[in-house]
Design a protein around this ligand. Sequence first.
Ligand code: NCD
Ligand code: ZN
Length: 332
Amino acid sequence: MTVKNPLDMHLHLRDNEMLNLVAHLSAKDFKAAVIMPNLVPPICDLQALKEYKQRVVNACNDEDFIPLMTLFYKNYNYNFLQEAREHIFAIKLYPAGVTTNSSSGISSFDIDELKETLEAMSELGLPLLVHGETNDFVMDREANFSKIYEKLAKSFPKLKIVMEHITTKRLCELLKDYENLYATVTLHHLILTLDDVLGGKLKPHLFCKPIAKRYEDKEALCELAFSGYEKLMFGSDSAPHPINDKECCGCAAGVFSAPVALPLLCELFQKHSNEANLQKFLSDNACKIHNLSFKKDKIIKLERNKWQVPSKYGDVVPFMADEFLEFKQNYN
Ligand code: NCD
Ligand code: ZN
């Protein structure tokens, strides 16, 4: 199979040593990626954003790869956003405390409090990317957040709202109800259910937010993705953590899937769909939704060529470590 300009619409590259370890793996497989701002401290001003972007570019060491930068949501005003616009792709909103490095996220979804920023973003055409989870019982967090998505979609009809890494049938349905709601889905949520994470022995490397859900949720996600549904985009949510932060008491949330994303998606679409829908899911849908175009195309070939996923990349255990995959990238 061949993919033109594959895009990762949700990627954690971290900083410093980790950035240098993982960035080039995404840069060689993807034309562009949306880079998450949940560093410590989070990226909330333009100086920090520009400096981080430069470190990302240096670490990727690939002129052809485009990092699409994001700011961590705060109640920004119009003037700031107008200045920020040319440097950023979108703004990422985290509810306080729901996932890794989100403690300074927002604690109220009162429309009056969000109005100034979200109206400015609507006017400036800046998309809002949302980590949609409440603080309820873990299996209900995403579905319960649908009330907030509806409130946002209705209150800001011109705002492009992306429901990030959706994991439930509920959000698959919601996506069809509001014109201004879009979504990303990860690779691992097309493969895993909660059973895989903790139904047998506990698998810390499969633990992530949002947690993988029920079989029927996974089926709903697969149905949308494999049909090439136009409002759904691929976002790996590849989120590397050092092995000591995963294999310990108090395991960090995040699955490091970047190096296996294209081979596994190719395998899934080859089995359950086709090349045309893979192209939509990996690139065309996002290009249409976000008006993206590229001066130079990047074509990635995936060939039947069995290989074994390494046990580790540095001190990070990848998704499918030690497993054999059927397809491999051919970079020549
Ligand atoms: C992400 C991380 O590690 O930064 N973790 C995760 O489980 N997905 C944060 C996030 O996207 O929720
Ligand atoms: Zn994420």
